[in-house]
Design a protein around this ligand. Structure first.
Ligand SMILES: Nc1ncnc2c1ncn2[C@@H]1O[C@H](COP(=O)(O)OP(=O)(O)OP(=O)(O)O)[C@@H](O)[C@H]1O
Length: 313
């Protein structure tokens, strides 16, 4: 179990001070996949650094399995695995040498813990004599995960593990995480990808060092407070422009081949009226459907409600 209470962290002095983590609290249950979701600079990495004992909080406290991240840092390092955002392996060592190195740091060996990494490591074992710097993005990621797991951690911290990785490897990666969860490992993962949020048991949405919401992806979608429509016509950029000015619109943004329009619930909105309006403005092939919010829609709304991030298209 992870228990974070009112932690804050800022960088720099006085006028140039940046409050990276602003009085954040949350907890993660054992065996949970917990996601920190947020745009670049929202404070995810700073939280990871504090929880992995690499950075001291300015205030507040955090415990992992009852151990304090400041006082008990040595014990904590034995029970956690950390895959930092940037590629953290030794580029000039081979795949096998990297893994041996990380095993030796924890006084263990590849053989001793092979069972835990077998699924993942087997996929890169054919390349075990290749230098890590010469691996593809997906293979580097598998090696980094194997290294983070080699000492059988109870808790695994993964900072943007799929950034720069192809879609097939991303999918495989999440399947691996599910298997690790089944083995009882608690996983905290930071990602800027909204689609990955739905794969977590619970997520915390972050912005500017604060948590805007914590819940299961399903609850977050279900609690979407407004009405949502998808609209399609021939000229999408012109459609977005005109929908922004439409009376009942709260927010509108491109979403795949459609434009999503958030309509204030209390407003008297009729699909037919919008259709007629768009026809008058000479839009062709108009399609309008009422839809359920995805997690991405929920996050966009939360972020725009917070006033600091506007979704522009
Ligand atoms: N060592 C540092 N010195 C000064 N400012 C920092 C430092 N590390 C982070 N920051 C700033 O703190 C804020 C939060 O950064 P952090 O890296 O924690 O966010 P993030 O959500 O992980 O984003 P990213 O994905 O860009 O790393 C940002 O404004 C960042 O510029």
């Amino acid at each position: 179990m992870i228990e974070v209470k009112n932690i804050s962290k800022s960088y720099g002095e006085k006028k140039q001070k940046i409050l990276a983590v602003d009085n954040i609290s949350f907890s993660v249950e054992n065996g949970e996949i917990f996601g920190l979701i947020g745009p670049d600079g929202s404070g995810k990495t700073s939280i990871f650094r504090m929880l992995t004992t690499l950075l001291h909080p300015d205030s507040g406290s955090a415990e992992i399995e009852g151990l304090d991240v400041v006082k008990d840092y040595k014990k904590i390092r034995q029970i956690l695995g950390y895959m930092p955002g940037k590629f953290s392996l030794y580029q000039d060592l081979t795949v096998e040498e990297n893994l041996e190195f990380f095993a030796s740091v924890f006084n263990t060996s590849i053989q001793e813990n092979y069972d835990l990494i077998k699924d993942i490591y087997q996929q890169i074992e054919p390349f075990k004599d290749r230098k890590a710097g010469k691996l593809s993005g997906g293979m580097k990621q598998k090696l980094a995960l194997s290294c983070a797991l080699i000492h059988k951690p109870k808790v695994l911290f993964l900072d943007e593990p799929t950034t720069g990785v192809d879609p097939v490897s991303r999918k495989e990666f999440w399947e691996m995480l599910k298997r690790l969860k089944q083995q009882g490992i608690t996983i905290v993962v930071a990602t800027p990808y909204m689609d990955e949020a739905t794969l977590c048991d619970r997520v915390a949405l972050m912005q500017n060092g604060k948590i805007l919401k914590i819940d299961t992806p399903q609850n977050i979608c279900n609690s979407f407070p407004e009405d949502l429509y998808e609209v399609k016509t021939e000229n999408i950029p012109a459609l977005i422009k005109i929908l922004k000015e439409y009376e009942t619109t709260k927010n509108t943004y491109a979403f795949g081949e459609f434009v999503h329009v958030v309509i204030k619930k209390e407003k008297d909105f009729k699909k037919e009226t919008l259709e007629k309006f768009l026809q008058e403005k000479r839009f062709n092939k108009i399609e309008i459907n009422k839809i359920e919010a995805t997690i991405e829609d929920s996050f966009i709304l939360l972020l725009s409600n917070n006033g600091e991030l506007k979704v522009e298209n």
